[in-house]
Design a protein around this ligand. Structure first.
Ligand code: ASP
Length: 338
């Protein structure tokens, strides 16, 4: 019988209204189980691991990502797939981080959650949970159909490290702006094989170390030297710079000098675009030619979630700076298009 481990970290899916504060607070897995009697009708062997404490995902941390990765490593051989129940707010960060931490994954790790708590009549939680379980259980020729970390939400399956939370109000909470969806749930579950990562030929390798010492520099016309220096002259090891269009920045001398000093001081500067779709193309305009020459690294079409977690992951592996820069430009888990 197919075995699946449900890892419950928290999120709206299991929340209830606290009469004292009037706010939604996380509740334990019993709440979910009682509201989805259909779970008993599924022909799977289900086991549940609940995190303690149960979290609103705004309180998620890299330490908890490592705990989840370690749990998957420890119980990898017991299960055919893993479903992680998680708040939608930072789900794309956790999915991206896990995709890097779990190298050579040959089983599905499907994150899901909901916009309305499972106890609400109009909840989207039941469908999300039941279909996520079905996806985690689906095999082809005896092997997992989707051997990757992904997000299932509102009838669509996305690659985890390509996803962004796009809407805080609609059931359609996620999008994958630069990569096609992996599957769609209608009357049947349709998988789009061409877009799903192939089965790896090596054994699972789990990376638990990370370096979260990164900073973010989001540009806007009028940004001051003080605001830029607060990041470029800080003690972070790397900076994710969110630029205009295809990776452009102001060419003002003071700004270029700030970046140069940061690079000379050993920081990595990764250029990703503020546009939701499309890629950084350093050198396409004169306003990014200089960045290319001075060693700013292209983040291509990576999401912010992928860029930050990939940097944390690579910088946590004890690699030389040049090696981190080289790997940032390669697709390690299908997170970017070169
Ligand atoms: N604040 C919640 C969380 O991310 C929202 C959700 O689950 O959708 O935990």
């Amino acid at each position: 019988m197919t075995s699946i481990l449900i890892i419950y970290t928290g999120g709206t899916i299991g929340m209830v209204n606290d009469p004292k504060s009037g706010s939604l607070v996380p509740f334990d897995f019993k709440q979910i189980r009682q509201n989805v009697p259909e779970l008993d009708r599924l022909d799977y062997n289900l086991d549940v691991h609940s995190f303690d404490p149960i979290l609103d995902s705004s309180n998620m941390t890299p330490e908890i990502w490592a705990e989840i990765a370690l749990l998957i490593q420890n119980r990898y051989d017991e299960f055919d797939g893993f479903v992680i129940l998680h708040g939608s707010d930072t789900m794309a960060f956790t999915a991206s981080a896990l995709s890097f931490m779990l190298e050579n994954l040959n089983k599905p790790v499907v994150l899901t959650g909901s916009q309305l708590p499972i106890g609400e009549i109009r909840t989207d939680a039941k469908e999300n949970l039941i279909t996520a379980l079905e996806i985690a259980a689906t095999k082809q020729n005896g092997k997992a159909m989707v051997p990757e970390v992904c997000i299932y939400f509102d009838y669509q399956l996305f690659r985890g490290n390509r996803s962004v939370k796009y809407n805080s109000e609609k059931f359609e909470a996620f999008r994958s702006p630069n990569y096609p969806i992996l599957a769609e749930a209608g009357v049947t579950l349709s998988f789009f094989n061409n877009y799903i990562l192939p089965q790896p030929d090596k054994a699972l390798k789990v990376h638990l170390d990370y370096n979260p010492n990164i900073g973010v520099l989001k540009l806007y016309p009028g940004i001051s030297p003080l605001a830029v220096k607060a990041i470029t002259h800080s003690s972070v090891d790397a900076i994710v710079m969110e630029t205009f269009g295809s990776g452009n920045t102001t060419t003002d001398d003071w700004f270029i000098n700030c970046l140069q000093e940061a690079i000379d001081g050993g920081k990595i500067i990764l250029d990703i675009t503020q546009c939701l779709r499309g890629s950084v193309e350093l050198g396409m305009y004169q306003t990014s030619k200089k960045l290319q020459q001075m060693g700013v690294v292209s983040g291509y079409d990576m999401t912010f979630e992928s860029a930050t977690t990939k940097l944390m992951y690579l910088m946590g592996q004890g690699l030389e700076r040049e090696e981190v820069i080289k790997l940032m430009g390669q697709s390690l888990r299908g997170e970017l298009t070169v």
